[in-house]
Ligand binder design. Structure first.
Ligand code: NDP
Length: 235
């Protein structure tokens, strides 16, 4: 792997993804990231960090595969894009649930496989799961939990497929992190903090630090594993 790594972050315009983009860009890596709706935030982040923003919907398999191909060969793939559809399972629109599965499950799988086609020895695949892949203490979030548990199977299986080439596949599992999707001052904060040993939301930069370590040279023996960063939400 060369000193300047080629990195793709799927879903990098805001929140945890933007912190990951900043972290790799600060390390001097060549970073591309995708987004879907936040054009202005994406352009601003790209100019701030010297990274490249590409509009590509993670619900569109062909667009995901094209993004990986066009920004590769990749040293590091981070699949961060993810959504939640919350509420009564009996009342939810099945199309909205299928779109969640496309973004949260299909995109990571197809992106990881496509990236591995041309990834060099020492390559890194990191997907954003959730502590909800291990523990779901609340009603109304089953589809999200399904999708994040699926990342565990992805990592275990693809770690076997790509390990012989020195490529690692790992899941980062955050607990509550302060982003637009889960603001630290949101209505659920007290309930979420009641489950935790460290009673606060995490910061996107704390998650980006874990991603950076998994992508770095010290983590070459770490694969097929879940890395929880949750203030003991799931403990
Ligand atoms: P945000 O909603 O704050 O940001 C999501 C990012 O993903 C944005 O950059 C968004 O782009 C992008 N994205 C969403 N859908 C798509 C899509 N269809 N195609 C391309 N990009 C897309 O989320 P968070 O930063 O909070 O979450 C990031 C990841 O971390 C998700 O996978 C989430 O499930 C996971 N996570 C978050 C936790 C939290 O408490 N915040 C806890 C556990 C896991 P755009 O700006 O264009 O919409």
């Amino acid at each position: 792997m060369s000193d300047v790594r080629t990195v793709l972050v799927l879903g990098g315009s805001r929140g945890i993804g933007a912190a990951i983009v900043r972290r790799f860009a600060q390390a001097g890596d060549k970073v591309t990231f995708t987004y879907v709706g936040s054009h202005e935030a994406a352009e601003q982040l790209a100019s701030e960090t010297g990274s490249t923003a590409v509009r590509a919907d993670s619900a569109d398999r062909d667009a995901v595969i094209a993004s990986v191909r066009e920004s590769g060969p990749l040293d590091v793939l981070v699949v961060n894009s993810g959504i939640g559809v919350f509420g009564d399972a009996l009342a939810q629109d099945p199309d909205a649930i299928d779109r969640l599965f496309q973004i949260n499950i299909h995109a990571p799988y197809h992106a990881a496989v496509e990236a591995a086609r041309h990834m060099p020895e020492g390559g890194r695949i990191i997907v954003m799961g959730s502590v909800n892949g291990d523990r779901m203490p609340l009603a109304g979030m089953a589809s999200y939990a399904v999708s994040k548990s699926a990342m565990q199977g992805l990592a275990r299986g693809l770690a076997r497929d790509f390990g012989p080439r020195g490529i690692t596949v790992n899941v980062v599992q955050p607990g509550p992190i302060d982003t637009d999707a889960n603001p630290a001052d949101g209505p659920m904060k007290d309930l979420m903090h009641s489950f935790m040993a460290i009673k606060r939301h995490g910061q996107p930069e704390e998650v980006a630090g874990m991603v950076a370590w998994l992508a770095g040279p010290e983590a070459g023996f770490v694969t097929g594993a879940m890395h929880t960063i949750d203030g003991a939400f799931g403990a």
